[in-house]
Ligand binder design. Structure first.
Ligand code: AMP
Length: 114
């Protein structure tokens, strides 16, 4: 069996994380190397490597992952905007092969990204 990703280990409570939100399908926790004053990782509890591996049966899960963003933003008191990013595959710089969204806030972001 393939080795668990670090995010699966967080889901299974095998390693600690600063959890900011949880429901039946999703988990969100602070990024260990924050790139902004607020940097939260939002993941599905289901093991899906990236956006590229989402299937039609994940439609409601994919919707939930987006719907939790404003809930987390409100919970954290973000009022001036935030960025939601997912890296998919090598060229995007994906390091952890468990689908995740970065929720970033607390500073101005440039566009386009580097
Ligand atoms: P990506 O490059 O999109 O795969 O991003 C992976 C993110 O996971 C990076 O921002 C890392 O800082 C973050 N990360 C890695 N390990 C942990 C961990 N144990 N707890 C929280 N965030 C982590």
């Amino acid at each position: 069996m393939a080795e668990k990703t670090v995010f699966k280990k967080i889901i299974d409570r095998e390693i600690p994380a600063a959890i900011v939100y949880e429901d039946d399908l999703c988990l969100a926790f602070e990024d260990i190397h924050p790139q902004a004053p607020v940097h939260v990782i939002v993941i599905p509890k289901k093991e899906i490597p990236s956006v590229d591996e989402l299937s039609d049966e994940d439609e409601s899960l994919a919707g939930r992952l987006l719907l939790v963003m404003p809930k987390i933003a409100a919970k954290l008191g973000i009022s001036t905007g935030y960025r939601v990013v997912t890296n998919c595959g090598r060229d995007a710089g994906q390091e952890v092969m468990h689908l995740h969204f970065h929720l970033l806030a607390g500073r101005r972001f440039t566009w386009p990204p580097g």
